[in-house]
Design a protein. Structure first.
Length: 346
């Protein structure tokens, strides 16, 4: 092994002139290949005396390790240089404006429902879903709508089986199911947006399928003033902070007292126009205090518990907010719907 230092010196000199991986592989073959100068030293071991073989073998392994370390260091140096050159040549100038890709607009109804959900969730309401194929007792009976009531008429309702199974005509059954799922001694605060079905002839303002957003709050000492405050919040969120609201007496089988909820006309600001039919007000929903019979049917003692319920038509809200004059637009993939939405949001 007298030539060990000379071999390493020779290797270092050759590595100094290496500039690429191919040249590096040639140098590796020259020293550590099958016929390399370092590998060739192994053939000497057989001719050595026994007492020298161990020492020679150890020195040879040390030489191979040092040569390998030099080669790997050079490889890392070359690869790092290649990577840095590649990064420099292929870098992206992020200061340049990106290519604008055309994107679609959200569905108006879906966007509006999500907007309403966010407002109510911020007030502690749960968003609850329920079946669209419903039983008569949940859709009518438990809501204080007995058999023979006009709302059960086959002209108004899609019955599936002997007037016991139907497509829900309102999302109120979800409220009933929610109350029945409690022990009758638990406050309820929920909204239930979803599809409903009625046998209406389709025209500009009516559809056999439409989206409702109903809500329910049941607790102790609830009054119409709580309903008015809640309605004010959602009206201002949807139609602006200057929106005013009012209640008018009405009648619904499942609420007592019942009210129609109006907002001030956002087009004429109360002066009177074609949108509000020269009244200065626009009706947007029905609401009222939950009827004692409904509370009782759902396991709540009306002497202890009270609550309010309300129902919006999502299409009606969207038509008012975005200036759409035909309800069929929502279901006909009319691109003008998306254009209207984009302009309003902008």
């Amino acid at each position: 092994m007298e030539n060990k230092e000379e071999i390493l010196k020779n290797l270092k000199e050759k590595l100094d002139s290496v500039t690429n991986l191919n040249s590096l592989n040639d140098v590796k073959t020259e020293f550590l290949g099958k016929k390399g100068s370092i590998t060739a030293l192994s053939s000497i071991i057989g001719s050595l005396p026994v007492e020298e073989k161990k020492t020679f073998g150890a020195e040879l392994n040390k030489l191979k390790a040092e040569a390998t370390s030099l080669l790997e260091s050079k490889r890392e140096e070359i690869e790092t240089k290649i990577l840095n050159e590649k990064l420099a040549n292929e870098k992206i100038d992020i200061s340049l404006p990106s290519t604008k890709l055309p994107v679609g607009a959200p569905n108006i109804l879906e966007h509006l429902i999500e907007e309403v959900e966010e407002v109510f969730m911020s007030m502690g309401y749960d968003v609850v879903d329920g079946p669209e194929i419903e039983e008569d007792k949940y859709n009518f009976e438990l809501l204080n709508i007995p058999k023979g009531h006009p709302a059960r008429d086959a002209q108004d309702t899609f019955y599936i089986e002997d007037e016991t199974i139907l497509l829900r005509s309102q999302t109120s059954p979800v409220q009933v199911r929610t109350m029945l799922s409690t022990d009758g001694n638990t406050p309820v605060r929920m909204i239930c947006p979803g599809k409903t079905y009625r046998r209406d002839a389709d025209d500009a303002t009516h559809s056999h399928q439409f989206m409702q957003i109903e809500g329910l709050l049941v607790d102790k000492n609830i009054s119409l003033s709580d309903l008015k405050g809640t309605f004010d919040v959602i009206a201002k969120k949807l139609f602006g902070e200057d929106c005013r609201t009012r209640f008018r007496p009405s009648y619904y089988q499942f609420t007592e007292p019942s009210v129609e909820t109006d907002i001030s006309c956002f087009k004429c600001h109360g002066e009177g126009c074609s949108l509000c039919k020269n009244t200065g007000w626009i009706t947007v929903s029905g609401a009222g205090m939950v009827h004692p019979n409904v509370l009782r049917n759902c396991g709540y003692d009306p002497n202890v518990w009270s609550g309010f319920a309300f129902g919006f038509g999502a299409e009606r809200l969207a038509m008012l907010k975005y200036g759409i004059n035909d309800i069929r637009t929502f279901y006909q993939t009319d691109l003008r719907e998306s254009a209207t939405f984009d302009r309003k949001e902008a």
